[in-house]
Write a protein that binds this ligand. Structure first.
Ligand SMILES: Nc1ncnc2c1ncn2[C@@H]1O[C@H](COP(=O)(O)OP(=O)(O)O)[C@@H](O)[C@H]1O
Ligand SMILES: [Mg+2]
Length: 285
C-alpha cells in the first residue's frame, strides 16, 4: 500500500479545474428545518434536511414564493428557523458571519466610489483594511476587472457592477457564497458569462456555492446538484445531480440538452407548471 503524504490528501487533483488547490469551502448540514413567519400563516418551509459538501455548487430551484430566499437567509444566519438547525463546519449557525456571504440581484455599490474602493468594502467592514492593497487587485483580476480599478462604479454596465459586487464578496476569502437570483436583471449574454465565471471562480477557489433560481437553464449551467422545492409548504421534492463536464455546461451539446430536458421535466412535475418541455424550450440553449 502506498501512503499519501498529508499535503497530497489535503489537495485533491481535479481534472476540470486546473491546478489542485486546498479545499476551503464550507460544509453545510440542515437538520429538520421548518419555519413559519407567523403562526396564523402556517409553515413556509417544512422538514428540510440536506447536506452540502465542501466546494459543491448547489442550486435551490423552485417557483416564486416556495421559500427559497427564506432558506438561503437561514443558511446565512440572517433568519432563525422556527424548528431545526443549520450546521456549518460542525457549528450551529446562530448569526451571520463574514465566512459566508450573500449576493443579491442588486449589486448595491456606492456609485461615487471607484471600483477598487467598492471592492475593498468587505475587508473594511470586517476590520481587515491591512489586506486591501494586496487582496483587491487579486479579486479584481479574478472577476476580469483588473483594468477598471480606478473607474467610478456608476460608469460600469450592470454586468460589470455585479462583477464588482462579486469581487467585494470574495475579498475577505469567504468559505461560501450564497446567491439569491443575482443575474436575473441582466441580459441573456451577460448572464451566461457571469454564470460560467462564477462557477469557475468557485471551483478554482474551492468555495461552496449555493444559488437560488427559478431558471432551469441556470441550474444546469452552474450546479453540481439541484434541490427542487415544492410549494406550500416548501419542501425538497427532488435532489438530483447534474452530470456534465465544464465544457458541456456552456450549452449546445447533446449532453446539455439531455440534462436540461430531464431537469425541466422534474421541475414541471414538482411545480405543476404544465406539460413536459418541447423542442421549443431549447431555443435559449
Ligand atoms: N419577512 C417575511 N414575513 C412574512 N412572510 C414572509 C417574509 N418573507 C417571506 N415571506 C413569505 O414566505 C413565503 C416564501 O417567501 P420567499 O422565501 O421569499 O420565497 P421565494 O424566494 O421562493 O420566492 C412567501 O409566501 C412570502 O410571502
Ligand atoms: Mg426569493
Amino acid at each position: 500500500m502506498v501512503l499519501m503524504k498529508s499535503k497530497e490528501l489535503a489537495m485533491p487533483k481535479s481534472p476540470e479545474t486546473g491546478p489542485a488547490r486546498p479545499l476551503t469551502g464550507a460544509h453545510v448540514a440542515v437538520f429538520g428545518l421548518s419555519h413559519s413567519y407567523r403562526k396564523a400563516d402556517g409553515r413556509v418551509l417544512e422538514n428540510i434536511d440536506f447536506e452540502i459538501n465542501q466546494g459543491e455548487v448547489v442550486a435551490l430551484l423552485g417557483r416564486s414564493g416556495c421559500g427559497k430566499s427564506t432558506l438561503l437567509h437561514m443558511l446565512a444566519g440572517l433568519t432563525k428557523p422556527s424548528e431545526g438547525e443549520v450546521v456549518i463546519n460542525g457549528n450551529t449557525v446562530l448569526d451571520p458571519s463574514p465566512k459566508w456571504v450573500m449576493m443579491f440581484q442588486a449589486p448595491s455599490l456606492y456609485p461615487w466610489m471607484t471600483v477598487a474602493q467598492n471592492a475593498a468594502l468587505g475587508l473594511k467592514f470586517t476590520r481587515r483594511s491591512d489586506e486591501i492593497a494586496t487582496r483587491v487587485p487579486e479579486v479584481l483580476d479574478l472577476v476580469d476587472l483588473g483594468s477598471f480599478a480606478d473607474r467610478n462604479a456608476q460608469e460600469l454596465s450592470g454586468g460589470q457592477q455585479q462583477r464588482v459586487a462579486l469581487a467585494r464578496s470574495l475579498a475577505p476569502r469567504p468559505e461560501m457564497l450564497l446567491l439569491d437570483e443575482p443575474f436575473s436583471a441582466l441580459d441573456a449574454f451577460t448572464r451566461r458569462s457571469l454564470q460560467q465565471d462564477v462557477r469557475r471562480i468557485a471551483k478554482d477557489l474551492g468555495l461552496t456555492l449555493v444559488i437560488v433560481t427559478h431558471d432551469v437553464g441556470e441550474a444546469v449551467r452552474m450546479a453540481d446538484r439541484v434541490l427542487v422545492l415544492r410549494s406550500n409548504p416548501g419542501r425538497i421534492a427532488e435532489d438530483t445531480t447534474i452530470a456534465l463536464t465544464d465544457d458541456e455546461r456552456s450549452g449546445g451539446s447533446e449532453a446539455f440538452s439531455r440534462e436540461h430536458s430531464r431537469l425541466m421535466a422534474v421541475y414541471s412535475q414538482v411545480a405543476g407548471i404544465g406539460d413536459a418541455p418541447t423542442e421549443n424550450d431549447f431555443t435559449q440553449i
